[in-house]
Structures are given as C-alpha cells and as structure tokens.
Design a protein around this ligand. Structure first.
Ligand code: GBH
Length: 497
C-alpha cells in the first residue's frame, strides 16, 4: 500500500514537473532586464559638475573616427529625462535595469578628494525611482569612460589606476550599496584593453602586444580588490552580489580539422579565458595556452621578459573566486581557423587564429554582429563545462538595425536567442539566472555613432526633446517578460528560421 502511494506521488511529481516545463520556457524566478551605459545615453557631458572622460576627449578631438562624426554630448539626454526612462522600464515590466555610473560625474577629476553632489543625487533619483517601481538596479561601475586626468597618468596600463578604481568603488558602495544589490565592476574588460592595443577604442593608444596585457592585468587586480573590499567592509550589512561582465562572441571551428578545433579553443581562451580563468577556474591565473605562447613569442622576439605579465602566487589566490555570478555579454558567433592575424605583436597574433562568418548567417547593421542563435546555447554550455556550475547572468545581448519601428530582425533575434537559451536551461540543465536585452533604447553606439541602433525604443536624435517610441520588439519583450514564454513567430521570418 505504502509502495503504491509512493508510486502515485512520484508519478504526480513527474507529471507536475513535466507540466511546468511544457508551460514555461523560463523558470518562475528567471529575471529579465534591459541595459544601457552612462556615456551612451546620459548626455549632459559638462553640466552639474561633470568633467571629461576619455570618450568625451576621443569624440571631441576626433569626430573623424566616429562613423557619423557624432558624440555623446547629448545622446538620449537621460540626465534630464530620467522620468521618461523610468516610465519605459515600468511599461516593459522588467525585473531589473542594468545601467552604469559615470565615474567623472561622481568624481570629476577621478579622485576622491572631490565628490560631486549633483552626480550623487542623479543616481540616487534613478535608484530610488527604480525601487519604487519594483525594478532591481544592476549597476556597472565602469563602462569604458575613464576620467581624463587618470588617462593623463597612463590609464589602465598603469597599475596605479587600480588604486583609483578601488577608491571610486568605495564611494559607490558607501553611497548606493544600501539599495544596489547587484554590482558589476567592469563591463567587457577585453574591449577596454582595445583602447591600448587594437586602436579602435578610447584612448586609442596603440601599444599593441604590450598595452592590452598590462591593462588586463591592472583590471583583474582592481576587480579582485573591489570584491575583497566588499567582502570585508560591506557584504555583512549590504548583502549584495559583486561580479564582472565578460563578453564573448563564441568561436566555433571553421571545419572538423584538429587544427581548427584547437584554433577555436585558443580564440575562446585568448578572449574569454584571459579574464575568466583567473577569476572562475579552480587553478586561477591566465590560461596555460596564453602563458606558453606569449612567453615563447616574447623570447623569440629577444625580450628579457614576457609581454604577458606574471601574477605572484599570492595574487593568483587573491583573484581566484572573486565572483558571485558570471556576467556574460553575448551577441554573435564566429568561425575560427588556424593562422596568424593582427599586428605583430598583438594579442590576436599571439593567439594564432583568424575569425570569419559563415556567409549564410543573417547580418545586422554592425559589421561584427551576425545571427547564430545556437551560439548562446553553446557558450553557456562551454562556461559550465570549463568553470563549473556558476550562475550565469546574461548581462547583454541584442541586434542592430538602421532604426525600423517594425523591427522584425530584432524580434526574430530575441525570439530565436531566447528559445536557444531556454533549451540550455531546460534540456542541458545550465544555471542561467537572467537575460538582459541591449538596449532599452537607441543610443550612442561608440565608433558607429548613431548609425547602428540597438534599442527596444526608437530615439529621434534630430529632435531636441529626444522623444522615444516603442518598437515592435518592445511589445515582444514585454510579452516574454510577463509570460516567461517565447511566442511562436507570427509570420515566417524573412531569414527562414
Ligand atoms: C557591447 O559591446 C557594449 O557593452 C555596449 O556598450 C555596446 O553598445 C553593445 O555591446 C553593442 O555594440 O570585429 O574584431 O573589430 C559589444 C562588444 C563590439 C565586441 C564589437 C567586438 C568588434 C570586434 N563587441 N567588437 S572586431
């Protein structure tokens, strides 16, 4: 009798589980959000005490480096349109809003001797507005806008920049940590290093092969120090989470050959493992394949030291484990093959791989972004296989076009990427805890200026008022957030999925 009752109970439990899986693509507690970054939306570049960052200088001194010669002086004018942004967020019904603090709005010179009260009060109004609307703030400390005076001292290749970052992080914890429970120290450190190595990001100092490794070294230490500071001084009272956001457009082998499989692995190690291995792996430090290849190349170049700096063993231990989740920005996928690319020397060349796209993959308004939905399932599986069962928060993902309101390309992208992500969760058992659409609204897209648009909301940059209009994708996302389900496409996608 007891056996029978257990059997019925078990059958009911299995049925209940299956019924739940059949009805929901994402678990009840899965979080949906949208993201922006300070320089890309705020404008107000020189008012209320804010001073210049390297992106102000870059765009002002070299409009010729930006596709449409534009800058973020006004952008979406979110500094003055906070209430409108909050209404949009509320309308979408998102669980969280990922935004970034502008370091030079809070500390105009980058240093803590001068704190700008207007900067503090702007972010207080944002955070309080979010909480009043039931939206969790997810705050990025650094989304690429280094205060110019710190660049004058050398910027990220200078190890002292870590000291200034930690002092700034303390100001953020002290002022906002009572209400912000999700912290991201750095957005995409790999992209930050491109400003010192690959010549396409501010401050565009091309010290390729050296500057990018020194910058990464400083950033990893700054991140770890910030994490430990939170542990020692703030965690007990504030009870939040602190991590970092790494980006990877996943590399898969161009064909089945062993050398191209190795090339794809090197691509993921040299781009994602570079930061992930020191923080998330069991053994810590840079990936072995980077250590070996860069040490060998440096020796062959006749250098007395490796271009990849060394951590002391105490530093390896100190950096290891400085996470509460894995922040991942993922947009696209690439094919990797064995070969030499990039300047000599450079990180790319040290990696010994070249990347390309399959011509059948749908394209976007950004030359680096193609649509390969399975890629998001593959990369979260790779992270889980490589670093263990860490909770993964997708902190950015999205699609660019030229600004259509009926943005079918973006709607297809979100539908297909989210379907693949739900398979990773439900079929593969990967611990993905949330997804963030980049972006809430069209904004200043770095070197592309305003030519490539990522928003769920359209922004009219010709109008002084910067009016926002919901696109089709805003409606779709709203529906997904509310139902935790990905609807079937209403019409056949132009791309034939
Ligand atoms: C994110 O970066 C940023 O966090 C966000 O600010 C930005 O607006 C958003 O995505 C959309 O771009 O082809 O070798 O020259 C995305 C990072 C940008 C990384 C483009 C790869 C091109 C590499 N990606 N970049 S390459």
């Amino acid at each position: 009798m007891l056996g029978f009752r257990l059997l019925v109970a078990a059958a009911l439990a299995v049925y209940g589980c299956a019924a739940q899986n059949a009805s929901l693509d994402f678990p009840e507690d899965f979080m949906f959000g949208v993201a922006t970054a300070a320089y890309q939306i705020e404008g107000a570049w020189n008012v209320s005490g804010k001073r210049e960052s390297i992106w102000d200088d870059f765009t002002h001194e070299h409009p010729d480096w930006i596709a449409d010669g534009s800058n973020g002086d006004v952008a979406c004018d979110s500094y003055h349109k906070l209430d409108v942004d909050l209404e949009m967020l509320q309308d979408l019904g998102v669980d969280f809003y990922r935004f970034s603090f502008a370091w030079s709005r809070i500390l105009p010179e980058g240093h803590t001797d001068q704190i700008n009260p207007d900067g503090i009060s702007y972010y207080n109004r944002l955070i309080d507005g979010l909480l009043a609307a039931g939206i969790q703030p997810v705050a990025t400390m650094y989304h690429w806008d280094l205060p110019s005076p710190l660049q004058d001292l050398g910027g990220w290749p200078n190890s002292f920049t870590a000291d200034f970052f930690v002092q700034y992080a303390r100001v953020l914890f002290e002022n906002f940590g009572d209400r912000v429970k999700w912290w991201i120290t750095f957005n995409e450190p790999k992209e930050v290093t491109r400003g010192y190595g690959e010549n396409d990001k501010a401050p565009r100092i091309n010290t390729h092969g050296i500057g990018e490794y020194l910058s990464a070294h400083t950033i990893l230490l700054a991140h770890a120090r910030t994490y430990h500071m939170y542990d020692e001084e703030f965690r007990a009272t504030q009870q939040g989470r602190v991590s970092i956001t790494l980006n990877q457009d996943f590399c898969i082998p161009k064909d089945d050959s062993e050398e191209n499989k190795d090339a794809a692995d090197r691509c993921n190690q040299f781009e994602l493992g570079w930061f992930a291995h020191p923080i998330y792996s069991q053994e810590g430090d840079y990936p072995e394949v980077m250590r070996t290849r860069i040490d060998e190349n440096s020796a062959a170049e006749g250098r007395p030291f490796s271009r990849l700096p060394y951590f002391t063993s105490a530093q390896v231990e100190y950096i290891k484990g400085t996470f509460d989740f894995f922040g991942l920005n993922h947009y696209s996928t690439r094919l990797a093959e064995d070969g030499l690319a990039g300047e000599n020397p450079s990180r790319k060349r040290d990696g010994g791989y070249a990347t390309s796209f399959d011509p059948s993959w749908p394209t976007s308004a950004s030359d680096w972004l193609v649509v390969y939905p399975e890629g998001i399932r593959l990369i979260v599986n790779w992270i889980n296989a490589t670093y263990g069962d860490v909770p993964i928060l997708i902190t950015e993902s999205g699609f660019s076009d030229l600004g259509e309101l009926n943005d079918t390309g973006r709607q297809d992208y979100y539908r297909e990427y989210l379907r693949q992500l739900s398979l990773a969760i439900n079929e593969d058992g990967i611990n993905v805890i949330g997804y963030t659409a980049w972006s809430l609204m069209d904004n200043f897209e770095w070197l592309d200026g305003y030519t490539a648009r990522f928003g769920l909301y359209y922004v009219d940059f010709e109008d002084d008022d910067r009016p926002r209009t919901a696109k089709g994708s805003a409606e779709l996302y709203k529906q997904i957030v509310a139902s935790h389900q990905v609807p079937e496409a209403e019409s056949t996608a132009a791309w034939g999925w």
